[in-house]
Write a protein that binds this ligand. Structure first.
Ligand SMILES: Nc1ncnc2c1ncn2[C@@H]1O[C@H](COP(=O)(O)OP(=O)(O)OP(=O)(O)O)[C@@H](O)[C@H]1O
Length: 357
């Protein structure tokens, strides 16, 4: 199987390949499953990838092996065609931004940014540091110590320090976890803009699907040390490879069906499939793919409702199944006439559905 192919045949091979990771594995305890199990992925020049998965799935260990902070038991890492699998961290030319920023507390912000620029003349390093501080919106703050800055500002200093040497690749391990929710949203867009502007590729470790969807060009979804699927946020959301991916990225209803090629017979009638399947299948149906209509003779009943302003969530009991439905305003369920708990309804699916096992 090619390095970047999932078991279901998704494949995205970037045009200018920067990084190729092949069969990377790390086993910490002989009696336990490997922390990272034959992970393969490739990254294009300037591309941003998120490693996304639940706690303990091996994201950080994968990132550390790419950065040289951890040695793999098997597999290889190539950067611009050069095998760097066994190179020490300082010889790889890869930038790393740590969760706690790892700034030197006794150095000024400016000297922190200049830290990687020791090969330049003093004047050139000063000029580069000022340029980087301006780029991250911290001009005028170069004389301060890190503790005199907010968490978001310290994060930007760490990024400025890493990007000052224009590394081809920057590794970011949960870089926004110390920031509050509003700051996180603002800072992640900033980070994306900066990486794109400098032209550095990035790999970001996160367990926050919203962060991965908002920031990355492509997402690698991991579970139990393995990569389950690699794709653009759109591909992963619309065409999840497995039930786990469907549940981890956004919300999904799982509905049974009997597939015949590109169609499937379900309790909601015959529906088109997003990829071919045959026989008994489980289908991932996104809550927004289900239309809900008030109908006193309908076969289902609303058992829960949550008003969210721009849309409404309904939990609908139909026979044995409880389905989650999201109904946007303008889909006939305007603010004036919501469907109430206990109302009889009829559900329809008018979209492709995805077989997930
Ligand atoms: N140095 C180590 N020694 C022993 N076990 C380790 C070590 N580092 C990680 N592990 C184990 O390897 C597995 C994967 O850990 P890893 O930190 O890569 O996961 P993660 O997906 O990044 O999790 P989190 O989101 O919680 O940081 C876990 O079971 C962890 O306990």
């Amino acid at each position: 199987m090619p390095a970047d192919a999932s078991p279901l045949g998704f494949r995205q091979t970037p045009v200018d390949v920067l990084l190729e990771v092949e069969g990377l594995s790390r086993h910490f305890h002989a009696t336990e499953a490997p922390a990272v199990d034959r992970v393969s992925l490739s990254l294009g020049e300037g591309e941003l990838m998120a490693l996304l998965g639940p706690s303990g799935c091996g994201k950080t260990t994968t990132l550390r092996m790419i950065g040289g902070l951890e040695m793999p038991d098997a597999g290889s890492v190539r950067l611009r065609g050069r095998d760097i699998t066994r190179l020490p961290v300082e010889k790889r030319g890869i930038g790393i931004v740590f969760q706690d920023y790892a700034l030197f507390p006794h150095l000024s912000v400016r000297d922190n940014v200049k830290f990687g620029l020791r090969k330049l003349t003093r004047a050139a390093a000063d000029a580069r540091a000022e340029e980087m501080l301006a780029l991250v919106g911290l001009e005028g703050l170069g004389g301060r110590k890190p503790h005199q800055l907010s968490g978001g500002q310290q994060q930007r200093v760490a990024l400025a320090r890493t990007l000052a040497v224009s590394p081809p690749l920057v590794l970011l391990d949960e870089p926004f976890s110390n920031l509050d929710a509003a700051m996180r949203v603002e800072t992640r867009q900033e980070v994306r803009r900066l990486l794109k502007r400098i032209g550095s590729a990035g790999i970001l470790v996160t367990h926050d699907q919203e962060e991965a969807l908002a920031l990355a060009d492509r997402i690698a979804v991991m579970e139990k040390g393995r990569v389950l699927q690699i794709g653009t946020p759109d591909e992963i959301y619309r065409n999840p490879a497995t039930r786990f991916v469907a549940a981890f990225i956004g919300r999904s209803n799982i509905v049974p069906g009997r597939a015949n090629g590109m169609d499937v017979e379900t309790a909601f009638g015959r529906l088109p499939l997003s990829r071919a399947a045959n026989g008994r299948v489980s289908l991932a149906v996104r809550p927004e793919q289900i239309m809900i209509e008030a109908d006193p003779t309908g076969p289902a009943a609303v058992v829960g409702r949550e008003f969210r302003g721009h849309d409404q969530l309904y939990w609908v009991q139909e026979g044995e199944r409880c389905l989650l439905v999201i109904s946007g305003l303008g889909q006939g369920q305007g603010m004036g006439a919501p469907i109430a708990i206990g109302d009889r309804v009829r559900l329809r699916i008018c979209d492709c559905v995805t077989p997930v096992d």
